[in-house]
Structure formats: structure tokens, C-alpha cells
Design a protein around this ligand. Structure first.
Ligand code: GDG
Length: 466
């Protein structure tokens, strides 16, 4: 079996409690099976650009990390990745900053990543690169002569052609992407958008899953990511998780609990979600004193200005809703701007009657899957899910809503509040079947299985526009 090399912006922990996230566990397990290497930014800053990676090997798996300078971080991570690609790929053209300095910094850091990794690679390694921070990584690695099989997975949506063409570097980035051997997307829709760009903007040729353009050839396919379903369900049932949940139960006096959990990000539709909850309270007075909405939204990307704005907006909205509807013994909305442990999260999901997941655009959305996995199958809660989450295509037994339609979402909340237990059980069982079948280890095996099988890399494999 070839050695696996994972490349991502940050390197996840290989063991211990911090490893608890489903993706980190799945990748760490795959790395352990293949005695692999995980490479990326250390999370540390350096005075001058790093030239060599720091490596540390534990139980056969190596972590190789490099430090970045503040300027590199500002242009590559805060700049191009999070102020240009992130908003654009989430359909927020209005927020995208097209700054050439950001793009140059992004290319530079991708090159540094490639230069630092190259000496650590073996000839028959399988290299699996993750996410929008590293779109041009394969191209730079190939320029240094790398012949290994290189796979890429995009965790966020791929935008439709009309949007992508607004990006001045779109063509260069798609061309760079074509230097991979395999590109994985979250959904068929994302895959379709990529194929459309290759066909119509790059004059490419499509033959089944094989795409040819710019003199390059790639396999492109959808691999919807899953969660560690069985493990998460077990954690939600555990005694520890139950203790935390009991505390919450006492705090809300057994009212129907609605839960939202998101990184504080403008793509997650939080202001619209708060407004929909407000609409529920406006339109359905029977909900007064009977529901309690808990939104957990730990701050992320605090160095990016748009994230400061969304935080202020939410604080104002939460204050407004509570000011308007609260009674001396009822707080309608609790908004927590801090992270909690994964175990606490599992317990809170389990005791919540409604999982409220309404992003405006999301690659997949793992919270929706975790909420379902955590439920008690005998008395499960209801998932209210945005049609714009990648997982909406798989999770059709949820109550699917349009997050922009505030009144429609309020209606769905009301339907969820009154749904009979038989219907809740049926919907939950159907959702669970999908989650068990398509868990994160299957996702990992599927991607690596296809990457393993792609033919040897053929440099200069001539395409139509070579
Ligand atoms: C990207 C794509 C895609 C959240 N708050 C806390 C906490 N979380 C955990 C959740 C979940 C994870 O963070 C968030 O995952 P999502 O999938 O919802 O969203 P992104 O972070 O935007 O992830 C997304 C994903 O990549 C995977 O491909 O699904 O579309 O945007 O696991 O539980 N965990 C803890 N405390 C918190 O307060 N412990």
C-alpha cells in the first residue's frame, strides 16, 4: 500500500481529546493505516520565511509543519483565502476583495508549501490535498518535477461559471487545479459547476469523469463527506453527555429546545435565522414561554473585518429579540459566542427538539449530520435544514427550508414543534440510514480508492488546448 501524505492549511492533532472532530479522526486513522505524513502550517508565526519543515513522528505517523510570517498569513490566509475565495465560492461576490497583493501572497505560500514538502516525498506516495487554501499546490509541486498521484478535495462549494469568471485569476486557478490527478467535490452541483467552467471557459473536453483542458487531464467526481456516525451517536448516549444536557434541561424548565451550532460566519445565515425565530414568536403566540432557542457560535477568523461586523449584528439582534419578547421567567434566545466541548455538544443536540441549520450556502454542513446522529431514535428531534447546505440533497427527510424566506422558516419551526412522534421517528430513521451508510471513513476510503486507481501521472498528457 502506498504511503499517504495529507496536505492541509493546518495540521490536525493525531491523538488526544483535541482529535475529536470527525474529519481529524478519519484522516488520522487513514494516516495510521498507511504510516503516513501530514503536512501544513504549524499555526505559529516566524520572523522570516521558513525554509524547512519541523517533523515529529509518533506511532508511525509524521507531522511536518512550517511557520509563516505575519505578512504571509495576512496575504495568503486572511487575504486571498478568506477575503476573496471564501466569499466568492459562497456566492458573496459583494464581499470578495480582489487584491493582487493577496493573490501574489497566496501563490508565494503555495510555492513555499510545495518547496518544503518536496524533499519529504517518496516516489510512490499518494498525496491528498485539502481545500481552497491550496488550489495551485499541485501545479507548483509538478513544476518541481513531482510525479506522484495528487488528489484534491474541496470542502466548500464550487461557484457557478458566471460567478467564478468575476475572479481575475479564475483561469489561472482552474488551470492550476487541472494539475491534480483527481478532484473531489462535496456535491453533484459543485462538480457540475466545475465541468461547466472547463467546458465553456477553458474549451475543454469531457469524457465521463475525465476532463481534459490546458494540455492536462483530471478525474473529477463528487464525494459527499460524512461524520463518524456510530461514534458520535455513542457519545451522545454517554453518561457524561447526559449530565451536561440535564443541566441545560433544568435551565430551560423543560421547554422545547431549538439548537443552532455554527462557526460565527456570514455564510451560516445567522441573522436570517434569528429573524425567522423572531417571526415564529410574532406569528405563533402559543410558542411564547414554550420554546427556547440556543445558538452556539464561536468566533472564527476574528482578523477578517466582515467577521467583526457579523458578530456585532448578531449581538444587536439577540438583544432586540429578548428585549421584545422575554418575560421575567423566560429568555427566548440564548446566544453563546464561545466554543464548548464536543461531548457537551453531543448532549445538547440530543436533548434539543429542533436542530436549526440554515446556512445561506455551505459545502456540506456537518452540524446537520451530527444533530441527527445524536438523537434518541425512540423520541427524536426534527431537523430544519436549508436547501443551500450541500447535505440537503442527501438529507431529504429533514424539513427543507429556504433561509431567505423568513416566514417560511418560521412555519417550518412551528411544524417541527407539533410533529407527531411517529413522523419524527420515520424521518429520523431514514436520515440515520444515510448517515450510517455514508460515514466519514467510507468517504476517506472512496476518495483514496479512486486516487489509488488513477493511472500513473503522465506529464504533458496533451489535451485539446495544449
Ligand atoms: C467546512 C465547510 C463542510 C462548531 N462549533 C463548535 C464545534 N463545532 C464543530 C461542529 C462541526 C464543525 O465544527 C463545523 O463543521 P461544518 O461542516 O458545519 O462547517 P465548516 O466549519 O464551515 O466546515 C462545510 C466541512 O468543511 C467539512 O467538509 O461540511 O460545508 O464549510 O463538526 O460540531 N465543535 C465544538 N464546539 C463548538 O462550539 N466542540
Amino acid at each position: 500500500m502506498s504511503r499517504l501524505v495529507v496536505v492541509s492549511n493546518r495540521v490536525g492533532p493525531l491523538r488526544g481529546a483535541a482529535r475529536a472532530g470527525g474529519l481529524a479522526v478519519a484522516l488520522a486513522d487513514a494516516l495510521q493505516r498507511r504510516r503516513g505524513l501530514w503536512f501544513g502550517w504549524s499555526g505559529e508565526l516566524a520572523e522570516s520565511p521558513a525554509v524547512r519543515a519541523r517533523t515529529q513522528t509518533t506511532a508511525g505517523v509524521t507531522r511536518a509543519t512550517l511557520d509563516l510570517t505575519q505578512a504571509e498569513l495576512d496575504d495568503y490566509y486572511n487575504g486571498f483565502a478568506n477575503r476573496c475565495l471564501w466569499p466568492l465560492f459562497h456566492y458573496r461576490l459583494d464581499l470578495a476583495a480582489f487584491d493582487r497583493r493577496f493573490y501574489d501572497g497566496y501563490q508565494r505560500v503555495n510555492r513555499r508549501f510545495a518547496q518544503t514538502l518536496a524533499p519529504l516525498l517518496h516516489d510512490d506516495d499518494l498525496v491528498w490535498v485539502h481545500d481552497y487554501h491550496l488550489l495551485p499546490f499541485a501545479e507548483t509541486l509538478r513544476e518541481m518535477g513531482a510525479q506522484q498521484k495528487l488528489g484534491f478535495f474541496l470542502h466548500i462549494p464550487f461557484p457557478v461559471r458566471e460567478l467564478l469568471t468575476a475572479l481575475p485569476s479564475a483561469d489561472r486557478l482552474v488551470r492550476a487545479l487541472m494539475a491534480y490527478d483527481l478532484i473531489g467535490f462535496q456535491t453533484e452541483g459543485d462538480l457540475q459547476a466545475f465541468r461547466d467552467y472547463v467546458l465553456r471557459e477553458a474549451g475543454g473536453i469531457i469524457d465521463g469523469e475525465t476532463l481534459r483542458a490546458y494540455g492536462r487531464k483530471v478525474i473529477a467526481r463528487a464525494f459527499p463527506i460524512g461524520i463518524d456516525t456510530a461514534q458520535f451517536a455513542q457519545m451522545a448516549r454517554s453518561e457524561d453527555a447526559r449530565r451536561d444536557a440535564e443541566r441545560l434541561k433544568a435551565a430551560i424548565f423543560n421547554r422545547a429546545q431549538i439548537i443552532g451550532v455554527d462557526r460565527l460566519d456570514y455564510t451560516k445565515g445567522l441573522p436570517e435565522r434569528f429573524l425567522a425565530y423572531q417571526k415564529l414568536l410574532e406569528d405563533y403566540p402559543d410558542a411564547h414561554g414554550q420554546v427556547s432557542f440556543l445558538q452556539i457560535a464561536p468566533t472564527s477568523r476574528g482578523d477578517v473585518p466582515e467577521y467583526v461586523h457579523i458578530r456585532e449584528e448578531l449581538e444587536t439582534l439577540a438583544g432586540h429579540i429578548n428585549g421584545r419578547f422575554a418575560q421575567f421567567d423566560w429568555t427566548p434566545l440564548r446566544y453563546i459566542n464561545r466554543a464548548i466541548t464536543r461531548r457537551q455538544l453531543a448532549g445538547l443536540y440530543r436533548m434539543s427538539h429542533i436542530g436549526f441549520v440554515t446556512p445561506l450556502r455551505d459545502g456540506m454542513n456537518l452540524v446537520a449530520k451530527e444533530y441527527v446522529a445524536a438523537q434518541d431514535p425512540v423520541d427524536p428531534g426534527v431537523l430544519v435544514l436549508s436547501r443551500f447546505a450541500g447535505c440537503a440533497r442527501q438529507m431529504t427527510a429533514a424539513l427543507i427550508v429556504n433561509p431567505y424566506d423568513v416566514a417560511g422558516v418560521a412555519e417550518a419551526l412551528q411544524t417541527a414543534r407539533h410533529m407527531a412522534v411517529e413522523e419524527r421517528r420515520e424521518r429520523h430513521a431514514e436520515l440515520m440510514r444515510g448517515l450510517i451508510e455514508n460515514d466519514v471513513s467510507r468517504w476517506c476510503d472512496d476518495f483514496l480508492g479512486v486516487l489509488d486507481r488513477v493511472g500513473p501521472h503522465a506529464p504533458g498528457d496533451a489535451g485539446p488546448s495544449a
